[in-house]
Ligand binder design. Structure first.
Ligand code: SF4
Ligand code: SF4
Length: 298
């Protein structure tokens, strides 16, 4: 007698006979197990098309569920989040734009590093988030707060923009403000929002100021003129706000003459390169261990 056995949440349908005789040999039980034909067109593919039609979202359609990304994703232990699960849900007809998991990916790139199909969450997630925002979908309240604070105050922490350079008072060394220097400098240091306001970031900013002095670097900062670089805002899907920040920064950078722009973290490198392209300056990234970010300068 043939019987069917469902297999996990997602069949394939498993077909077994109690006995099957093949070329005179009796194959009992699971030795004659077969998988039923899977009809992929039974799925609602509109939710997959919704993402793969977005510029940057194409590679979501390439996932073949190998699961290599699971072990490297730092968010995989949160709720039922997981890069492979996201792909599977979308393939099964669940809209990513309505899924709370849309906002959990940190765009750390770990999954892309190991993915044999080059499924690129660093492109997919910002594209899907931008589409969700444009369609007026619900976004996490804390993220909404960050967008509003960045738009209003020029930093995601919602701090007073006039206090952006307060950290230099206790730096232990003079930290020149480029508008007050009134001459070209070799290095314009883009400090960034967290090193300007957050206690741990301020420690790192003061440490770098002392290093610049020890190395006799001719540097200055933008001070209260500086605005958030907007890279995290772009990755979170608020592309319009990110572009507005870039335009503002282009204007500010364009006011001064400098040979090199030094930024404090890799996340600032791309927007700063864009903002300083017209000035001809080179962008260098300098991060310290105390800021818990990767380190490179060059
Ligand atoms: S590693 Fe790539 S192909 Fe494999 S499950 Fe993850 S996203 Fe899909
Ligand atoms: S990019 Fe997103 S999905 Fe990929 S490993 Fe990082 S947090 Fe996980």
């Amino acid at each position: 007698m043939a019987y069917k056995q469902s297999y996990g949440k997602q069949p394939p349908e498993v077909l077994e006979k109690e006995h099957a005789v093949v070329e005179g040999i009796d194959l009992p039980g699971h030795w004659n197990r077969m998988f039923g034909t899977r009809v992929i067109t039974d799925y609602d593919l509109s939710t997959l098309d919704q993402i793969t039609d977005l510029p940057g979202g194409e590679s979501l359609g390439w996932c073949y569920q190998c699961a290599k990304c699971i072990g490297v994703c730092p968010v995989d232990i949160v709720g039922d989040y997981g890069p492979r699960k996201i792909h599977r849900d979308v393939q099964r007809g669940i809209s990513l734009l309505d899924d709370p998991n849309l906002w959990l990916c940190t765009t750390c790139m770990n999954c892309l590093r190991v993915c044999p199909k080059a499924v690129d969450m660093i492109q997919i997630m910002p594209a899907a988030r931008e589409a969700a925002i444009n369609e007026g979908k619900a976004i996490p309240p804390e993220l909404q707060k960050v967008f509003e604070a960045t738009d209003r105050y020029g930093n995601p922490l919602g701090e007073n923009p006039r206090k952006r350079a307060d950290w230099i008072k206790d730096a232990g060394v003079p930290v020149p403000i480029v508008a007050q220097v009134k001459r070209p400098v070799d290095v314009l240091w883009y400090v960034g929002s967290y090193p300007s306001y957050h206690p741990r970031g301020i420690d790192a900013a003061r440490a770098l100021a002392r290093i610049f002095h020890a190395l006799r670097v001719d540097f200055a900062i933008l001070g209260v003129e500086e605005r958030e670089d907007g890279d995290s805002i772009r990755l979170a899907g608020e592309k319009g706000l990110a572009e507005k920040l870039t335009e503002e920064n282009i204007k500010i950078f364009g006011k001064y003459k400098f040979n090199r722009l030094v930024v404090f973290g890799p996340q600032s490198t791309t927007p700063s390169r864009t903002s300083t392209r017209s000035t001809g300056a080179r962008t260098r990234c300098f991060t310290t261990r105390s800021s818990s970010r990767s380190i490179w300068i060059g």
